[in-house]
Design a protein around this ligand. Structure first.
Ligand code: FAD
Length: 300
């Protein structure tokens, strides 16, 4: 981490709450589910389906995990009742992965059941490398009982091709990401180009086994290679979509949408927005650089 990054990050707690809220308002829908729904309605008017993500991770105890799970059940129910095309996307440690895998599986299982009743979908997210084994075990167990669940795989991690090879056969929905957690070079690609190449190869491997893929990226160079791969494999449009973070590189969304692709927008919300954003920035200062650059160059 550069000295400048360290200085900027250590100054974060000093930024007054209203200013921090203004800075983050482009990327975070607000504190409440109602804020997230308003955001989803506005996105729908622009032709974008959504993803609901309640900010937070690493709950302290079982009661905390159950409360998060109840909040996601409510989010799925309320967004379905509002007729919105949006599904929930949940971090394993937010529903207790680090407390007990059984608890985490039970809470995802209940949520997947609710989503199925609503005709909706549940995405199991991926966190840092220490959570990958547990998340894959929970996901594989869920997949046996539900066909409305999907997961996330990270191109950055060297292990991911082996993880794909080890998955049980059957329908598969995967969001492929570069990986937001900065991992050591012993277990991960660290430079941009190897990460891009790994991303494309993972998608080739996943398409080869019939998966449906969400390309979650704002990297137009990578996106061009992914679309070339889809052409090469002569894939139908329903085999893939783009997923993007709220507020990030909107001109790209427009270009993809105009080319006929689905662009689904990830809508983070929740009372923990400040603590969560600060933790994320501390772990990956690149995000702070992206945010500052976006603020200084509107229309990017
Ligand atoms: P980059 O090269 O990092 O970014 C390309 C450009 O996009 C940057 O130059 C910058 O202008 C802009 N940009 C990218 N990110 C931001 C940002 N946060 N704020 C402002 N500008 C930005 N990672 C996980 O590890 N697990 C997950 O479950 C997960 N889920 C995700 C879900 C969605 C829908 C998306 C879009 C990302 C998700 N990620 C997840 C994050 C992902 O791993 C990357 O860290 C992130 O998308 C940045 O990578 P990129 O492919 O956009 O390329």
């Amino acid at each position: 981490m550069s000295l400048l990054d360290q200085l900027a990050i250590s100054a974060l707690p000093l930024v007054p709450r209203p200013l921090m809220r203004r800075l983050s308002s482009r990327y975070i829908a607000g504190e409440t589910l109602e804020d997230a729904l308003s955001c989803l309605r506005a996105l729908r008017a622009r032709g974008h389906p959504g993803i609901l993500d309640m900010l937070g991770e690493d709950v302290a105890d079982e009661e905390g995990a159950r409360a998060v799970s109840r909040a996601y059940v409510e989010a799925a129910q309320v967004s379905a009742a509002a007729g919105l095309d949006a599904h929930v996307s949940v971090k394993p440690t937010h529903v207790g992965l680090r407390i007990s895998e059984e608890l985490c599986h039970a809470l995802y299982d209940e949520l997947a059941r609710t989503c199925a009743e609503l005709g909706s979908f549940l995405r199991v997210e991926m966190e840092d490398h220490t959570a990958v084994d547990g998340t894959l075990r929970v996901f594989e167990a869920l997949r046996k009982d539900h066909d409305n669940v999907g997961m996330v795989l990270q191109a950055r991690l060297l292990r991911t091709p082996d993880d794909i090879a080890a998955l049980a056969p059957g329908p598969l929905s995967v969001r492929v990401v570069k990986g937001i957690y900065l991992e050591p070079a012993s277990i991960a690609h660290v430079d941009p180009e190897p990460i891009r190449q790994a991303y494309v190869e993972l998608c080739r491997q996943l398409f080869g086994r019939g998966a449906r893929i969400s390309f979650a990226t704002h990297d137009e160079l990578l996106a061009g290679r992914l679309l070339a791969l889809c052409d090469e494999l002569a894939l139908e449009r329903d085999r893939f979509e783009f997923q993007v973070l709220l507020g990030v590189r909107e001109p790209l969304w427009k270009a993809w949408q105009e080319a006929g692709h689905t662009v689904r927008v990830y809508v983070p919300y929740g009372p923990e927005w400040r603590a969560y954003s600060t933790r994320r920035l501390r772990k990956n200062p690149q995000i702070l650089r992206h945010v500052l650059r976006d603020l200084l160059t509107p229309g990017r």
